[in-house]
Design a protein around this ligand. Structure first.
Ligand code: HEM
Length: 492
């Protein structure tokens, strides 16, 4: 981008002057979402930085991001060939690999169909509206019991530690047709390791851009490789078991349905796209990986905001008592009648912006955006944090206020405001688990808050500063919870 000729009438995106070899790494610092937000105030919505010797175009601003990812979606739908991405699913990830557009599109369609079949289909054996609702409800009820038990035994708990197992069980049920005990050390260790994973895979990791950094001793990188291997082995063992017990007349879960696709080769008859069996079955790695860390992080942030805003928690308790009562469990169908809960979740998404950047994109051809020339294969960062904190879009963006999402009467969600929150990406690469994610955060939260009141520990100062990563976490801490009332079953 530095050396290419710029077509007449277009300009090169502005940006800070890079240093030789390292580019603008020092200016990026430890919180690139903040430093790049600040830089965008000076250079604008389309700016160019350099990491190592590689140019990166950073997009900010609601309109500009929509223009790129939706209106010019095909031009910006690629993934860059970043160093760390090759270790995810042995380089065969649907999410992170730079597959040819046709292959990626066919795999994405397969993933979407498999997810739909094992989430929103009606549950044949129960009174739940769909299997997703059934899995979430059972895991959430179990989590209430688990947290009550830990409270009785220890007097406090680490919220992420327990939530992540429950959330992982929901995606395990869909992907692998099984759940794990909260004491299963293999799963507990695996799902609690995602912090280091997220630090390496985050946008702007210098080792992705500067080869010399890969040969230096690097604790994060070593941890990341260890986690990737552990993760791949965990899923591979389950897949091998599935191949052994596969029965075409009884498709049990997403893994089975992908194996069935390998046998039928029905992936994309029209385009005649050839995809290896490994690339079909490894889709389950993407779904399992994406399905637990994001949602657990969202729920964990929800609890942090609730304990630091007891008035908001009280209000949610009130609306749950009013609209659901205490005699039955909340259901997905309660969502429209609980706009305050929905507004709280939206504000948690906006304020924490725990996925500060989308996964990096890359241009698939020479293109132009807002009059700036961007050649093919340019790495693109999309700063979701900036959009969610842009003072020209939000009143007092640093204030936590669910009310900003309610309509004037307080009886529903203001759709235009809610659509400005950017957390799932947009356009061609938009998250395929968005509706599952939103349903899951709502129902887990509603069940937890119907039964429990959460508090911080006396004397403990809560630290809500996010730690930078692909998904930003709050510092691990201890919370306490008490049952708001007892069901007959609780005292058994
Ligand atoms: C991609 C957010 C839950 C599966 C993404 C991206 C974001 C995101 C920001 C990248 C978009 C881009 O590159 O432009 C979230 C959030 C979630 C969530 C905030 C929960 C609150 C899920 C779940 C699943 C899932 C539950 C699946 C079970 C995926 C996949 C991709 C993706 C497969 C890659 C799509 C592609 O590259 O074509 N998600 N996600 N996500 N997400 Fe999610």
């Amino acid at each position: 981008l530095l050396r290419t000729e710029i077509p007449v009438g277009l300009r090169r995106p502005p940006g800070p002057t890079p240093l030789p070899l390292i580019g603008n790494v020092l200016e990026l610092g430890g919180n690139p979402h903040l430093s790049l937000t600040k830089m965008s105030q000076r250079y604008g919505d389309v700016m160019q930085i350099q990491i190592g010797t590689r140019p990166v175009v950073v997009l900010s601003g609601n309109e500009t991001v929509r223009q790129a990812l939706i209106k010019q979606g095909d031009d910006f739908a690629g993934r860059p060939d970043l160093y760390s991405f090759q270790f995810i699913s042995n380089g065969k990830s649907l999410t992170f690999s730079n597959d040819h557009a046709g292959v990626w599109r066919a795999r994405r369609k397969l993933a979407q169909n498999a997810l739909r079949s094992f989430s929103t289909v009606e549950s044949p054996t129960s009174s739940y509206s769909c299997v997703l609702e059934e899995h979430i409800s059972l895991e959430a009820e179990y989590l209430v019991k688990r947290l009550s038990g830990v409270m009785e035994a220890d007097g406090s708990f680490d919220p992420f530690r327990h939530i992540v197992v429950s959330v992982a069980n929901v995606i395990c049920a869909m992907c692998f047709g099984r759940r794990y005990s909260h004491d299963d050390q293999e799963l507990v260790n695996l799902v609690n390791l995602s912090d280091e994973f997220g630090r390496v895979i985050a946008s702007g990791n210098p080792a992705d851009f500067i080869p010399a950094l890969r040969i230096l001793p690097n604790r994060n990188m070593r941890a990341f490789l260890g986690i990737s291997n552990k993760f791949n082995t965990f899923v591979q063992n389950i897949v091998t078991d599935h191949y052994r017990s596969f029965d075409k007349s009884n498709i049990r879960d997403i893994t089975d349905s992908l194996i069935e696709h390998c046998q039928d080769k029905k992936v994309d008859e029209n385009a005649n796209i050839q995809i290896s069996d490994e690339k079909i079955v490894s889709i389950v790695n993407d779904l399992f990986g994406a399905g637990f860390d994001t949602i657990s992080t969202a729920l964990s942030w929800c609890l942090m905001y609730l304990v630091s805003h007891p008035d908001i928690q009280k209000k949610i308790h009130q609306v749950l008592d009013e609209h659901v009562g205490r005699e039955r469990s909340p259901r997905l169908s309660d969502r429209p009648s609980l706009p305050y809960v929905e507004a709280f979740i939206l504000e948690t998404f906006r304020h924490s912006s725990f996925l500060p950047f989308t996964i990096p994109h890359c241009t698939t051809k020479d293109t132009a955006l807002n009059g700036f020339y961007i050649p093919k294969d340019t790495c693109i960062f999309v700063n979701q944090w900036q959009v969610n904190h842009d003072p020209s879009l939000w009143k007092d963006p640093s204030t936590f206020s669910p009310e900003r999402f309610l309509n004037a009467e307080g009886t529903g969600i203001n759709k235009a405001e809610s659509e400005k929150v950017m957390l799932f990406g947009l356009g061609k690469r938009r998250c395929i688990g968005e509706s599952i994610g939103r349903s899951e955060v709502f129902l887990f939260l509603a069940v937890l808050l119907q039964r429990l009141e959460f508090r911080s520990l006396p004397g403990q100062k809560l630290d809500l500063t996010p730690e930078y990563g692909l998904t930003m976490k709050h510092k691990r801490c201890q919370l306490s919870a008490s049952l708001r009332y007892r069901h007959g079953a609780d005292s058994e």
